[in-house]
Design a protein around this ligand. Structure first.
Ligand code: NAX
Length: 333
């Protein structure tokens, strides 16, 4: 039998964690033969609620769960962990400005980065979900210099899943027939959902999605804005931000990072930029990546770009650079 891996989930008492825990505990993410020890972190005032979550984890009676640690101490939560899924973040309250949100979360992710640096496995795989997730991932990475930069990613898989689902509905096919949809840039309203390198498989034949759809105007306008604004649309309808779909997307991201992407397919995640596609090095930007089993990822190269794509990719880069500058100022203060 495999020895258990330690998986830390922060914001353990929150709404995404409530769905994500079942994905992880039931073996959907790291495999049906992979036991897990769950480390749940939340803040002191939420510990009683977190305790309720722990009770429910016990009541699931799942054989893969070999232990649960619930704590408000980051040094306990990140001790020796193989994977860290960072959902815990300061929420955007009514009337709060973006820069206030950035400042609050900058503090959290500095503390988080330092704790990871100190006590996590050096091979730890970190997925940042708490917003602004790209910049929080950058802050976390910068505060954990003993961990390779490649080990820090942020979640844009929910955006990619949203995009895939919109495309499948438009074409009248199953989502399983669609591959290689890309999200470029920031997990925000400036993200660039890109269907122009995607494929659709119909009757066993794989073809260009845009050829099959032949509706370039939709791909360049409504498709993009629907995906960009999907998070806000869910909040408006549900009164709460996406949780079930976010949890599923985190599972998808972590599973692909753990086991690798399928032959001929790529996926999007926020990773450290290296100059690919003329996006300057040093920020966390969502790119299409292929992943080897075990976790080594590479940015997919040589996808053809045109003026339309370049403009969108630069706009979302500019926003991320502004966020990174604001974070750097906070760090220097
Ligand atoms: P909730 O507010 O339900 O839960 C967040 C939990 O984090 C709370 O229990 C809170 O006490 C805890 N927390 C706060 N500060 C903490 C700290 N310093 N250490 C540990 N825990 C802390 O939010 P939820 O709906 O679960 O969303 C979590 C985060 O995901 C939010 O920042 C949200 O904006 C972000 N999202 C990101 C998405 C993405 O695609 N990247 C999509 C979904 C989601 O909106």
């Amino acid at each position: 039998e495999k020895s258990p891996i330690k998986v830390c989930i922060t914001g353990g008492a929150g709404q995404i964690a409530y769905s994500l825990l079942l994905e992880v505990a039931s073996g959907k993410v790291f495999g049906q033969d992979q036991p897990v020890i769950l480390h749940l972190l939340d803040i002191e005032p939420c510990l009683e609620k977190l305790n309720g979550v722990v009770m429910e984890l016990e009541d699931l009676a799942l054989s893969l769960v070999r232990g649960v640690v619930a704590t408000a101490d980051p040094l306990k939560a990140f001790a020796d962990v193989d994977v860290a899924l960072l959902l815990g973040a300061f929420p955007r309250l009514k009337g709060m400005e973006r820069k206030d949100l950035l400042a609050k979360n900058n503090d959290i992710f500095r503390t988080t980065g330092k704790a990871i640096d100190q006590v996590a496995k050096k091979s730890v795989k970190v997925v940042v979900v708490g917003n602004p997730c790209n910049t929080n991932a950058l802050t976390c990475m910068k505060n954990a210099p003993s961990i390779p930069k490649e080990n820090f990613t942020c979640l844009t898989r929910l955006d990619q899943n949203r995009a895939k689902s919109q495309l499948a509905a438009k074409l009248g096919v199953s989502v399983s027939q669609i591959s290689n949809v890309i999200i470029w840039g920031n997990h925000s309203g400036t993200q660039f959902p890109d269907a122009r390198h995607a494929s659709v498989t119909i009757n066993g034949a794989r073809q260009s999605l845009t050829d099959a759809l032949s509706d370039d105007a939709w791909v360049k306008s409504d498709f993009i804005s629907t995906v960009q604004q999907r998070g806000a649309a869910v909040i408006k309808a549900r009164g709460l931000s996406s949780a079930m779909s976010a949890a599923k997307a985190i599972g998808d991201h972590a599973r692909d990072w753990w086991f690798g992407t399928k032959e001929g397919e790529f996926t999007s995640m926020g990773v450290i930029s290296d100059g690919s596609y003329n996006i300057p090095a040093g920020i966390i930007y969502s790119f299409p990546v292929t992943i080897e089993a075990g976790g080594k990822w590479s940015i997919v190269q040589n996808l053809k770009q045109d003026d339309f794509a370049t403009e969108k990719m630069v706009a979302t880069y500019n926003e991320l650079q502004e966020e990174a500058n604001a974070a750097a100022e906070l760090a220097a203060a």
